[in-house]
Design a protein around this ligand. Sequence first.
Ligand code: OAD
Length: 244
Amino acid sequence: MSDLEKAAEYITGAKNILFLSGAGISAESGIPTFRGEEGLYKNRRAEYLATPQAFTRDPEFVWGWYNFRKDLVSSKEPNAAHRATTELKELIPAMLVVTQNVDGFHREAGVEDLVEMHGNIFRARCTECPYESELRSTESDMPRCEKCEGLLRPAVVWFGESLDAGVLNRIFEMIQKADLMLVVGTSGIVYPAAGFSVEVRRSGGRIIEINPDKPHSMGKDDIHLQGSAAQIMPELVEEVKKRL
Ligand code: OAD
C-alpha cells in the first residue's frame, strides 16, 4: 500500500481530524511563503515586520508591506489544494480546518467554518478604540479609524502577541480528541501552531504531513507525503472518496 493510500485509510478511519495549513498551501496560487527565497519585503523578514515594535517604529512601512500583500492576494486566487481541502471538509464535516494564513483563500474556496488563527489581512482594527472592520482598500499607508480618527492596524496576530482565547480553546478542544492531524505547507517553527502536532501525538493521534521539504519530526505511525499541496491534496481526496 502506498503512503497516499495509507493516508487515505487514516483519514477514513479517523473520528476527529485537525487540519492545519501554512503559507505553503498558497504557494501554487503565487503567494510567496515567508521563509522561501521570495520571503523578504524590502530586505526585511516577517519576524521583523509582523511585530508591534516595527509598527510603533514605522507604521507606514508596515502598512506598506500589508498593502503590498493585500494587492498580491487580491490578484491571485485559491488553488487546487484549497479546493481539495473544501471537498475533504464536505466529506468529513468533523474535520476542523485551521489556517495560519491570513489570505482568506480557504474561505474563498468554500470552507465556511474556518479558524483563521492569525487573523485576516483584509480586516483592520483601531489602535485607539474597539473599532474593527473589513479594509480592502490599499490606498493609504496610514489608514484612519472612521469612528475616532485613530490609526488603524492590520487585524492579524503579530509576533509576541497572544492569539484570541476563543480560537485557542477551539483548537485545543480538537487537539484533545483528534486521532489524526493533517499538516499542510508549514515550516512548523512558529508557535503555538508548531506545537499542535506534538500535542496530538501526545494524546495518541497520528500525523500526515504534506510538504516538498524533508519531513519535520515524525512519529513511527506518521506519514510524510513529499510534494506540492496543489498536487497531493487532490490525489489524497480521490483516494479518500474511493474508501467512503
Ligand atoms: P513558512 O514560509 O515558514 O513555511 C512554508 C512551508 O511551506 C515550508 O515548509 C515549505 O517547504 C512549504 N511549501 C512550499 N511550497 C509548498 C507547496 N507547494 N506545497 C506544500 N508546502 C509547500 O510559512 P508558515 O509555516 O506558514 O506568522 O509560517 C508560519 C507563520 O510565520 C505565518 O503564519 C506568519 C509567519 O511569520 C506571523 O506573521 C505571525
